[in-house]
Design a protein around this ligand. Structure first.
Ligand code: 5GP
Ligand code: ZN
Length: 115
């Protein structure tokens, strides 16, 4: 069920624009509006789940999200050179959009820990 106030549900529905780079039956991938690296793509399930824990608790299959994330890494040219998949959860991780998303971050040497 789409969440009526969720910005990523609106992107899934085509109600607000996004630079979509890949899609599958269960997930879509689009460029982060505020990229933190040369490659910064967000991969989200079409279904609304606030967090990873919520998605798994609902019995939903996360595989499609990670399949699309690795596919995007290849398409963006960072599969071999290296990239990071990040899932921020709740306040201490600075989660700001409560529709589960996997950040695909690559394209240069990145500091660790981030942020
Ligand atoms: P979080 O901190 O929740 O893991 O990351 C949310 C990400 O979504 C941020 O990196 C932010 O730049 C991105 N974002 C927020 N609103 C939009 C939007 O409307 N469009 C796109 N493409 N990215 C967004
Ligand atoms: Zn949503």
């Amino acid at each position: 069920v789409p969440d009526s106030v969720c910005i990523f549900c609106k992107i899934v529905a085509g109600e607000i624009p996004a630079d979509i780079v890949a899609e599958s039956d269960s997930a879509i991938a689009f460029r982060d509006i505020s990229p933190q690296a040369p490659v910064h793509v967000l991969v989200i399930p079409r279904e609304h789940h606030a967090t990873l824990a919520d998605m798994l608790a609902a019995g939903a299959d996360i595989t499609g999200v990670f399949n699309l994330a690795t596919s995007v890494a290849s398409a963006e040219g960072v599969a071999d050179s290296g990239y990071r998949l990040v899932v921020n959860t709740n306040a201490d991780a600075n989660q700001t959009v409560f529709h589960l998303h996997v950040h695909v971050i690559g394209g240069r040497v990145m500091a660790w820990p981030p942020g």
